[in-house]
Design a protein around this ligand. Structure first.
Ligand SMILES: C[S@@+](CC[C@H](N)C(=O)[O-])C[C@H]1O[C@@H](n2cnc3c(N)ncnc32)[C@H](O)[C@@H]1O
Length: 478
């Protein structure tokens, strides 16, 4: 980060804006909206500035002249927006002399600070900066955030702000107080307020505040599917709960990029899980979830893909249910779907496969416990999870049950991630290919003639893709 993000208090302080054009007007307006005493100077102001001055907003003083050294010395912040190099340079030099914060429009080297793009839902204000590198990205992001933050959010913040002293008095401890605030804003009271029921929201807050110590709610568990790797595949809900958690339990399928989106001060507990290398047994993980929730924490159990598809999410919620711990389950994009999409392999296709089977080939000592009669049905795709180590046994099983060794197969390593690799071939040659390429886990195996579509689809789609790695043919053999 090259800049220190701060929100400066300028109320009743002088902010000088030099210039008569529309960029000067924007700066005057923004400083006025933050309560500054704005001194606007220009010998020849444009129409827009004249109209603003004619409205005589509170806090604005306009003078028909150039700035002087004393104007700068008396200001907290100085904006140069005259588009006159000599005038800007003088303003900047005086600011340096008097240690006044200066910003010359569009001249990065003469800026002590950046003016961010903002979304104003006062008192909620979101400021976005790209450090001056790509203002267009900041503006695009601003447009997105504008659509996400409904206008009532600002009013909600003002409304809950009215309970600040009551809450501080009722809940002395910092962390509990923070939980209360979060439950209030991102829970039933906030929902009621945003739905227009102000009295209902106030009643809810009052009733929550008057609970006794014993009635304080226990924490909860969020069983969240994080998808196969690309953070872009997280759902909004996943992200929201990731931002709310006090503790996160994660395993090896969760990459750093996704972990970086978890709330910064959440405690992180690695619970491992690699075939034959269980850092923590499943039973211990489930018990830890219960224990942490009973201590009042909001516990995030972050899982690769979807929690209910070969994710043992079912076992975890069984114990939570038995112990009366509240929980939420958030589905994620499962590895088969993510790998199929990013490798350019549709899992079903009218001309190739009318069904798709998700199986796991996690067997002991190369012995697979699979229902072969179901697996070998025609016009079907088989997506195999945890099958890399047992790939030879899998191929042998297909062969033994009469499936042609010319059947198409793909192995997708680290699907959806930037280092995704895709190998395509036939049952007859895939084992040798995988060995030669040194494919590592996690890898998804897709069996069926849909694999053949990859070469056709990937080329067309790659040309359209904004992010070429997602449909790259480079590492495949197709
Ligand atoms: C324990 S299972 C978890 C599956 C997960 N719950 C899901 O819905 O994707 C782990 C297996 O999922 C597959 N897998 C998960 N992420 C993957 C990825 N990014 N690329 C390829 N395969 C992946 C691999 O077969 C891996 O061995």
């Amino acid at each position: 980060m090259d800049n220190l993000p701060i929100f400066l208090t300028v109320r009743n302080q002088q902010v000088l804006v030099d210039g008569g054009g529309s960029s000067a007007v924007r700066r005057v307006e923004r400083a006025l909206s933050a309560g500054a005493c704005v001194l606007s100077l220009d010998p020849d102001p444009g129409d827009e500035l004249c109209r603003l001055v004619a409205r005589a907003p509170e806090g604005l003083t306009f003078e028909n002249r150039l700035p002087e050294r004393a104007d700068v010395a008396a200001s907290l912040v100085v904006y140069g927006a005259s588009e006159d190099d000599a005038r800007d340079a003088r303003l900047y030099d005086w600011s340096r002399e008097h240690k006044v914060l200066c910003n010359i429009a569009d001249v990065t080297e003469k800026c002590d600070f950046i003016t961010p793009s903002i979304v104003d839902r006062s008192p909620v204000v979101v400021a976005i900066s790209t450090g001056g590198a790509a203002p267009v990205i900041a503006r695009t992001l601003r447009a997105r955030i504008e659509t996400m933050l409904q206008p009532a959010y600002g009013r909600l913040a003002a409304f809950v702000g009215g309970f600040r002293d009551r809450i501080a008095a009722a809940i002395p401890h910092g962390r509990e107080r923070r939980h209360f605030w979060e439950r209030m804003i991102d829970g039933p009271a906030g929902d009621l307020y945003l739905a227009g029921d102000v009295q209902g929201a106030a009643n809810r807050i009052e009733s929550d505040l008057s609970r006794t110590e014993e009635e304080k709610p226990m924490g909860e568990v969020y069983l969240v599917g994080a998808g196969p790797g690309d953070p872009d595949l997280l759902t909004f809900r996943a992200l929201r709960l990731m931002q709310r958690a006090d503790v996160v339990l994660y395993d090896r399928l969760i990459g750093d990029e996704i972990m970086s989106l978890v709330r910064r001060d959440a405690e992180r507990i690695y619970v491992g899980k690699k075939a034959k290398d269980h850092t923590m047994e499943q039973g211990d993980i489930s018990e830890l979830l219960v224990k942490l929730a009973k201590e009042g924490n909001r516990v995030l159990r972050l899982k690769g893909g979807d929690p209910f598809i070969f994710g043992r999410g079912g076992e975890e919620i069984e114990l939570l249910t038995r112990q009366g711990v509240p929980f939420k389950v958030v589905p994620g994009i499962t590895a088969a779907a993510g790998c199929g999409a990013y490798a350019g392999i549709p899992l079903t296709h009218r001309d190739h496969a009318q069904s798709c089977l998700f199986v796991t080939a996690h067997g002991r000592d190369g012995v697979l416990d699979l229902d072969w009669e179901v697996l070998i049905r025609p016009a079907q795709t088989v997506a195999v999870y945890m099958g890399l180590q047992n790939l030879p046994a899998l191929v042998e099983g297909f062969g033994r049950h009469g499936v042609s060794m010319n059947t198409d197969i793909a192995v997708i390593e680290k699907g959806t991630r930037t280092d995704q690799r895709v190998l395509t071939g036939t049952l007859g040659n895939i084992v040798a290919q995988v060995e030669a390429a040194g494919v590592k886990s996690p890898a998804m195996i897709i069996v069926g003639s849909v694999v053949r579509l990859r070469s056709q689809l990937a080329i067309g789609a790659a040309a359209l893709s904004e992010e070429p790695h997602k449909l790259s043919l480079a590492s495949g053999t197709a």
